[in-house]
Unconditional design. Structure first.
Length: 244
């Protein structure tokens, strides 16, 4: 059983949700149910490694009885030591029917992948992605191309058992050509507490603290500061509580 609580000081909204999972190992089946204070009910059922090793089938959906809004997604996935493939069909009230497919293959530290998002309702290809990556020791590097217009490079390094950092940078081609980057890091103070920091080329600074109390209550504090407008307000601050 898992419970989460969030509160936005900007508009005073409060949200809580309760999630429970019920595994049935004999049948390879896991049932999950979820309920939120917005009266959104979610149900999911997944069968893994029972029909065929590495094959997983999952059906999940949400319903808001107050508004009648419904959403569902059906997912088929397969993985082994060198291949991961996934296809999902999703849609519902106020949401187009979308087909999302992806394949990733790996060999001796190298990865290559492709992903497409097709809108069945409108009958067109919304997005497609191509990526290649390499992992060497504690360093991982990836290059991602979105619609052959936006190119992003990500580099991640685990410096030590307590400190990890990453940098992301790229460019968006076209009439409004722009460049972007962000740098972030995470430091583990002890087994239960970690701090995070991130900054990007828009001078947005993100800070976070995450700690676990008595092994079952997780507290998350985060803030997002616009360094170019320190005296103008509008900064964001969040508190999260998760009961595991």
């Amino acid at each position: 059983m898992k419970t989460g609580l969030t509160h936005k000081f900007e508009d005073g909204t409060f949200k809580a949700d309760v999630e429970g999972s019920y595994p049935y190992p004999r049948y390879g089946l896991t049932l999950t149910k979820k309920w939120s204070t917005q009266n959104v009910i979610g149900l999911a059922a997944e069968i893994a490694n029972k029909i065929y090793p590495g094959l997983s089938l999952k059906a999940e959906g949400t319903l808001n009885p107050d508004t009648g809004v419904k959403y569902g997604i059906y997912t088929l996935s397969y993985k082994n030591a060198n291949v991961f493939a996934r296809a999902s069909l999703s849609g519902g009230v106020e949401a187009n029917m979308m087909l999302d497919t992806s394949v990733v293959v790996g060999h001796e530290g190298w990865l290559a992948g492709v992903r497409t998002e097709y809108d069945n309702t409108e009958g067109n290809l919304k997005n497609h992605y191509l990526s290649v990556g390499h992992s060497y020791g504690n360093i991982q590097a990836f290059l991602i191309a979105q619609n052959l217009k936006t190119y992003t490079a990500n580099i991640y390094q685990r410096v030590s058992n307590r400190f990890e950092m990453g940098i992301s940078f790229g460019t968006e081609l076209g009439e409004g050509q722009s460049k972007f980057y962000s740098l972030g890091g995470r430091y583990l103070l002890d087994d239960d507490t970690s701090v995070r920091a991130k900054v990007d080329n828009q001078s947005m600074v993100g800070l976070g603290l995450e700690t676990t109390l008595q092994g079952c209550i997780k507290l998350i504090f985060s803030t997002l500061i616009d360094a170019k407008k320190l005296n103008e307000g509008g900064h964001k601050f969040g508190i999260g509580v998760e009961i595991m």
